[in-house]
Ligand binder design. Structure first.
Ligand code: NDP
Length: 253
């Protein structure tokens, strides 16, 4: 039986759009107070208004989590506002694929900085609170859900650095899972296939066109589909740890 998230606190990065936004709404709907994190304040304000009008609790934290100090402050502000931390959803990410000769090095840096290092910074800052929450909370368990990717399991040409960051997320999540398995902090990675969000639009025009063609016959997943998977993971009773979920559109090979 799924458990309610009433009385728990969730921190969601990348909450201004796509999967993070859907996850924050869903977690709030399950009863969690949510700390919503991203750079675009107007988007966070609109989301907070939606959550509050549905009877939920939300705290806006505008931050660029690629800076270690800012990532730590995100966690500190969440705990200062709500008093504890039970769930972290690391959804902030970017995908900048393309030809490795012409791709600017800055794009590679941006993927490493956000997809891997920011996730690492937020997780590191959150861990002491999650360990504490696992002892003091009514559910006796806390969660980190990392949004990886199919690209964290299968490499492809012109995806090298995105692949490298997402393989890193898959590997770190499993290593953390083992490290904290007997301390009631669950680590899960979700590996989605194509989801209809702003992600593909981060890339250069020619790469966007490549993906539009590649997925022309695919009915992409909705961000809510991934939010549902996150809710499934974190509402499980303490004894059940969902280590990894792979979710592709039915038509995606
Ligand atoms: P979106 O582009 O819709 O969302 C990305 C989010 O990351 C936005 O909220 C953005 O907010 C936030 N973000 C970007 N840079 C920063 C930063 N420096 N500091 C804080 N927040 C930041 O994409 P998705 O929802 O699709 O992506 C979410 C995750 O899912 C990513 O890790 C992605 O790799 C992964 N994924 C997505 C798939 C897809 O097909 N869409 C498939 C597989 C995995 P803001 O700009 O306001 O800061």
């Amino acid at each position: 039986m799924p458990e309610s998230l009433d009385g728990t606190i969730a921190l969601v990065t990348g909450a201004s759009s796509g999967i993070g936004r859907a996850a924050a709404k869903r977690m709030a709907g399950e009863g969690a107070a949510v700390s919503i994190v991203a750079r675009r304040r107007d988007r966070l304000e609109a989301l907070a208004a939606e959550i509050r009008s549905a009877g939920g609790r939300a705290c806006i934290v505008e931050a660029d989590v690629t800076a270690a100090r800012a990532a730590a402050e995100v966690v500190e502000k969440t705990v200062a506002e709500f008093g504890r931390l039970d769930t972290v959803v690391n959804a902030a990410g970017t995908m900048l694929n393309g030809d490795s000769v012409s791709s600017p090095l800055q794009e590679w840096d941006r993927m490493v900085d956000l997809n891997l290092k920011a996730l690492m910074y937020v997780t590191k800052a959150a861990l002491p609170h999650l360990l504490d929450g696992a002892q003091t909370g009514g559910r006796k368990v806390t969660d980190v859900v990392n949004i990886g990717s199919i690209a964290g399991r299968v490499p492809n040409a012109r995806v090298a650095i995105y692949n490298a960051t997402k393989f890193g997320v898959t590997a770190a999540t499993e290593a953390w899972r083992q490290e904290f398995a007997n301390r009631n902090v669950r680590f899960s990675v979700i590996a989605p296939g194509a989801v209809d969000t702003e992600l593909f639009g981060h890339q250069q025009q020619t790469t966007q066109e490549h993906y539009t063609k590649l997925f022309s016959a695919v009915e992409k997943l909705h961000a809510d589909d991934i939010a549902g998977a996150i809710a499934y993971i974190v509402t499980n009773p303490r004894r059940i740890a969902v280590n990894e979920l792979v979710i592709r559109p039915t038509d995606q090979t």
